[in-house]
Structure formats: structure tokens, C-alpha cells
Design a protein around this ligand. Sequence first.
Ligand SMILES: [Zn+2]
Length: 387
Amino acid sequence: MWYFVSPEIAYGEDALSCLDELGGKRAFIVTDKQIVSIGFAAQVKEHLSRAGIDCQVYDEVEPEPSIETIKKGAEVVRIYEPDWIVGLGGGSVMDAAKAMWVLYERPDIEPAEINPFAPLGLRKKARLITIPTTSGTGSDSNWGLVLTDTSEQRKLAVGCREAHADIAIIDPVFVIGMPPQLTADTGMDALTHALEGFTSGWKNDFCDGLCLKAIQLVFQYLPRAYHNGQDEEAREKMHNAASIAGLGFGNSMAGLAHSAGHSLGAVFHIPHGRTVGLFLPYTIEFTANIAANHYAEIAHLLKLEHTGVENAAFSLAQAVRQLAQSINQPLTIKDLGISRDGFENSLSKLVSNADMDTQTVTSARVPTTEEFERLFRYAYDGKPVDF
Ligand SMILES: [Zn+2]
């Protein structure tokens, strides 16, 4: 038995006004300084004040938030005693909001103890609202969260199906001004979620349609959103795609592009979407034989030319590379400016991080240590290897 979970989703133009009708007394808005400086936190406060709700804004969340940040924030939440926690920002902020909420509800546990098999008994003190300001992470609509263990230089990807938002607000007003690089990074993340959600070992009937729709939307609208940020239709479609992909992979799982991407990101401090998007074509090729039919379905949907089911994965990997190239994303680890020496010196750490990552076990094909090494080497310079 398993479950499909989803927040209530308010989407489209003016979705933010759903806050005007909210019940409650105090909202704790978790965000970052950038979001405050461009006026988004004030916009959210304005709507909450119409509902008679007082707010405290906490803007201390850094990109790829550390466990220390979460614990510090949770202390502030405990003093304020809100009945709503609002995560307003990108994936880092929404994950931080989720984690602070969990620690507010359950001061007796450590973030690393959050797992899909142990009920937490959340919602006794507060409920959660997520408001994404990028189009990619999917954290708004799923129950996973990624934190950084700075002492171990690794990502902690945890989750519990209670830890989803009660309300996710998918309002395109927050992404119309997103810079091109952030659009590209987060858009490739959304694509990776949808593609891995459709091919992971935990794929299922409830998620397949969502993942396919998100893949189609990203291929169609990401280049438009990247090249013309003011394209309102492309922005709205990408914002929806990210959230749909979040629901899709959030209720199945991600795979190797995420475990390898988490690992590279934690060691070399590279944004999440850039690393997972970089690994995606390589991991499609690595799992080509195991998930051949699934890749063929995607290739068919995208009308890619290929010669038979067994080659569809390779056509798809090429299409992903072309998409990445069209939005100026790196195709190899070398393209990220990482030297061969730096890479080789970190290879064992990269492999052991990826091996321990929770997304590895749900991959269609779980690599051995040697296979992980070959996968990383292939992604370093794009020179084909024998899997
Ligand atoms: Zn991701």
C-alpha cells in the first residue's frame, strides 16, 4: 500500500489572494533577504493582514540551507508560536520552512530522523503554506526536503508524507522577473523531476500522467521563458510544470541524476538544478536498457526520431542535451570550470556521497561503486564509457 498526497493548490493569476480568506492568528514567513528586498514578503504580508493575521518575517535562510540554520530558525518559531508557517522563496527556503515546521511540532527529533516510515504527528501547532518564487524545485507540492550537512559536506535528502504543504500557491506574479540563469537552472530541475519520476523504481499510475505532462510543458516553454522572461504564457506554464512535476516525482521518487547532482553540488557548491540537469542525459543512458519502454513512451510523446524502443533513451538523452544547450547550460562537469585534478581528487567523495543518497535506491538501475565512478568520469568530459 502507498499513498498519493497533495496540498490544496491555488494557481494562476492572482492566486495569492486566496490568503485573504485564511483563518488563524499568526503566520511565520520563512524567506531570504533577496525575496524581502524585491518586495515579495511585503506582498504576502499585505494579503495576510486582510485576513487579520499577524506576521513575523524570518529572512535568514541561505541557499542550500544548513542544519544549523534550521535549528536556529525553529527556536524563533517556538517563541512566536504561529498557527501558519509560510515558505516564500525557492526550494531552499521552502525546504527550510518545512524543516523548521517539523522541528517546531517535534522538538524531540533531529532533521536526519525524518523518514517516510515514521509518522510525525504534524499539524498540532501549525499548518504549512508554500509559495514558490522559482519554477523548478517542486518543494511547494511534495513532501521531500533537502538540507546540507556542512560538517560532512553532503546533502541530507529526507521526507515524510505528512510534511507537505496544506496550501501551495502557484502564482506566476512571482516568477515574471526571474533572471535567465535561475530560469534555466530551475527549469532543468523540473525536467529532471518529471523524467526521473516517470522512470524511477517507484513509478506508479497516479504519477505517470503528471510527469509526462510536465516533461511536455518544459520542452515547449522553458526556452521561451529563458529567452524572453516577460513571456507571460511561458512563465505561467513553467510555473505549473514545476509544481506538477513536484507532485509527480514527489509521489514516486527521483533517481540517479539527483543522487549524483546532490553529491557534486555539495562538494563543489553548484546550484541544485544545474547539477541534476547536467547529469540527466548521462543517467538516462545508464538506465537505458532497464527503463527502455518508459523512455520510448517519453520519446513518442515528444515526437523524437528514433529507431526502435532500445534506442529511444539515446534520442531522449540527445534531446535533453539540445534543450540544455539552447538555454546555455553546461553539458559536462568540465564545463562548470572544475579542473581534472580537482575532480579526480574528489572522485571517491563524490561516489560515496552519491552511493549514500536516498535517491539512489529508487533508481531504475542501482550502480556499483565502479559504475558510479564511470558515470562521474563520463559526465566529467562527455567521452563515452562502457557501462
Ligand atoms: Zn531536484
